[in-house]
Ligand binder design. Structure first.
Ligand code: TXA
Ligand code: MG
Length: 316
């Protein structure tokens, strides 16, 4: 386990090169994407990938997303398909992760896939993420840069609060534009929504020209984002609060009086961008219970409600 202080890198050419050098040397680098900050390692290096699990305290049976700079890099890792092509044309670079059959010849560490024969790939849009991926020139495995089970980080301070000294360097940019993790779509069989996110199911169905199945909670894939309790603040979370109880921290949505408002105007895009940051803030303020206004279950609201219900689930 690394214990030296985490090196702060800026997002200049020199910072990107230094970050890429860390990756090439098998060390961990935290970096921004448009969804959340990722904890990156060279996806071909078993030792580096193992260090991700150790730094996060994540159960090692959970597979990781591999980030690439370009579509042809993804095609070298997974068996591409017409559906993947159509979706990549429409949504890459962007907050969409595709799960496809792993290519036997790909050099991806077995730890990345947790021994499965599928691989999750994503081409992020954030310019700093793209700069890092291009400078490194190889596949980067990266989960969200938080300790396992805790709230995902949308600012460098969130990353350092959990991982200072556990990651060699951080590319410290501003806050993540989108603020919610990518949508994950399984394409190894019937297209299946594995995790709602920044790209809605409706938008995916429109491009695919067919219905997308929903993963049932009883299905066997072990995924941290699919464990009932996840994205958990230290405070307990009460959902669909239409009135506030004494002592609760009030996280509102729309025209309500509250402590922090996800979006005064009721805009789900704004609410998604604020969600994790406000949970971090209310936690830091020592809230025991966070009560959250109802969020309409449409569009991005589906992904917001997914994260909120996991934050509110009973803790193991
Ligand atoms: O927005 C994001 O996706 C962020 C940024 C950093 O890219 N990453 C992220 O990674 O949220 P993580 O590890 O926190 O969540 C990845 C999810 C997990 O639920 C994992 O189980 C699932 O992807 N996953 C990875 N590989 C998979 C596979 N082969 N089949 C099914 N699910 C998979
Ligand atoms: Mg995560």
């Amino acid at each position: 386990m690394q214990t030296a202080p985490t090196e702060r890198l800026d997002t200049t050419e020199a910072g990107l090169t230094a970050a890429a050098d860390h990756l090439a040397a098998g060390r961990l680098v935290a970096f921004p994407t448009e969804t959340v900050y990722g904890l990156g390692a060279d996806a071909r290096n078993d030792h580096a990938v193992a260090a991700i699990f150790e730094a996060k305290g994540r159960p090692s049976f959970n597979p990781l997303i591999v980030h690439v700079a370009a579509r042809d890099a993804a095609e070298g890792l997974v068996r591409w398909s017409d559906a993947a092509e159509a979706l990549a044309q429409a949504f890459w670079p962007g907050p969409l992760t595709l799960v496809l059959p792993l290519r036997e010849a790909s050099k991806v560490s077995r730890l990345v896939t947790a021994g499965m024969d599928s691989l999750a790939v994503r081409m992020p849009a954030d310019p700093v993420a793209r700069g890092l991926l291009s400078a490194f020139g190889g596949p980067v495995a990266a989960p969200s840069a938080n300790r396992s089970g805790q709230i995902s980080p949308t600012r460098p301070e969130h990353v350092l609060a959990g991982l200072e000294g556990r990651v060699a360097a951080i590319l410290a940019a501003g806050r993540c534009a989108m603020g919610l993790e990518s949508t994950i779509l399984g394409l190894t069989g019937t297209p299946t929504l594995l995790r709602p996110g920044g790209i809605t199911r409706e938008a995916l169905e429109e491009v695919l020209g067919r219905r997308i199945a929903l993963r049932r909670d009883t299905d066997a894939v072990s995924a941290p984002g699919q464990i009932a309790s996840h994205y958990a603040p230290a405070a307990r979370v009460r959902l669909n609060a239409t009135h506030w109880k004494t002592g609760e921290a009030r996280l509102g949505f729309g025209a309500v009086a509250c402590d922090l408002n996800l979006s005064q105007s009721g805009d789900p895009v704004e609410a998604a961008a604020n969600l994790f940051e406000y949970l971090h803030r209310l936690d830091a303020a020592g809230a025991e219970v966070i009560a959250v206004s109802p969020i309409p279950h449409r569009g991005l609201g589906v992904a917001i409600n997914d994260r909120l219900s996991r934050a509110a689930a009973p803790r193991p």
